[in-house]
Write a protein of this length. Sequence first.
Length: 145
Amino acid sequence: MLMLIMDFKGSIGYLIHELANKITAESDQVLFERYGIGFSQYKVLMVLESRPGIPQKQIATTLNQTEASISRQIGLLIENNLVEIGPSKDNRQHLIYLTPRGEEMAIKSTSALNNYLAPYFGNLSDRQKSELIEVFQTLRTNFNI
């Protein structure tokens, strides 16, 4: 049993999960300290930046989260005047849009995260970074992300 646990901790899946958790925690702290938003709200901003005017359900599906979780994040974003709700053409659902302040926050927070995380990848060569990006893009495709 111990051997099985040790094998899992050295597996690609575990290492990716461990790194993702660390990057998420660091990102959450940076965003909260600088802008008063969490990483969960940031992810909603990123979805809306690339796909403005989509329903809450579609945001939840895109982020692989529950609608209740996304509803809470949208509520916080509305309180901070970062998103707004508008009607759809058929008035059966409400669509979520970034406000001008939300658009600015998306740009600022992305820049802050890129700058903060850059030193962690600083000891990788340009070739290693390129290969890593290629591997992760392949994995995203494999996972239908």
